[in-house]
Design a protein around this ligand. Sequence first.
Ligand SMILES: [Ca+2]
Length: 384
Amino acid sequence: MRGVVTACCLSVLLCLVAVVEGDEDYTEDEEMILSLILQDDSQPEADSGPSAQFYRCTKDAWRMPGQYIVVMRNGTHVNQVERTARRLRAKAAKRGYLIEITHSYSGVFNGFLVKMSSDVLHMAVKLPHVEYIEEDSSIFAQSIPWNLERITQNKHETGKYSPPNDGAQVGVFLMDTSVHLSHREIEGKVMVTDFNSVPEEDGVRVHRQASQCDSHGTHIAGVVSGRDSGVAQGTSLNSVRVLNCQGKGTVSGALAGLEYIQSSLTAQPISPVILLLPFAGGFSRTLNTACRKMVEFGAIVIAAAGNYKDDACLYSPASEPEVITVGAVNFADQPVTTGTTGTNVGRCVDVFAPGDDIISASIDCPTCFTTKSGTSQAVAHVAG
Ligand SMILES: [Ca+2]
């Protein structure tokens, strides 16, 4: 029987070799597939067995087919995660597919990130201990218009902001673009962590000017703890880069960032601690779950509602109930609007910032967002 199975596998393999003939690398792949087949001592999964759920982003343009987050059931041991990944690799190899495990998660959940053909998915969902699989997707900085705005400092000219304290005891993790450290507003206040997980910039003519790459994160950092414009001027920030120079990131990268923050906090506890997530993507079960885990872990998680003039419940992390989801003011007096963007609304938005409340000259979303997060910092400090 085993001989028959092996013969079948080899014929599949030969087909594959035939397909890739001409590619000089094929012998290496061939050897790898062969050794993977030999390593697989698992029984075939019964086709009638239960399958794990598969989820993907409802916004087609934000989907990232070919990259999948495999989430293991609660309590799955790290060894079982590794075994599952090996098993998937072997099963894929039997069908002539090579997969690549690009990240292992063991903080906010157990699982792994895998690059593979969607043809392998039906096998992956059958693997033991897999709770669900989510296709990776994009997340985006939520400012209007984030790339047109330069760093502005006069946000509080008319609104007098007098916080009950300067937030000195509060630790803030900012998951954003990189940050311009020498900007006067935030000089010496931002610690850049060594975490960096961003996708390649789109297009071939991207100029990676530092000012552009830093624009979003610097602005947010300035509004949080800037010398003049900050709402909590004693707060120090830790910057965790999950958005690229175009303000774009991935769910998988944000998950890794949350995991990084959790392990930093485990090594060096800070309380209270606030996580600022000024980005949004389509609804993501993994991202919501990870944010909820961070709240259970003791963090206050604050996220942008999203700027899609839509129901915030359709976006993540905005839709996670445990997250403090912040909607923006309306942009009626905005000098620059595209007409299609505007704050998300609905029951998933916890806090709304009316435009003339604290900030009179609001020009973009991070301002209202960080103003509210500043309020939350004060609340967090009182609570602490
Ligand atoms: Ca909430």
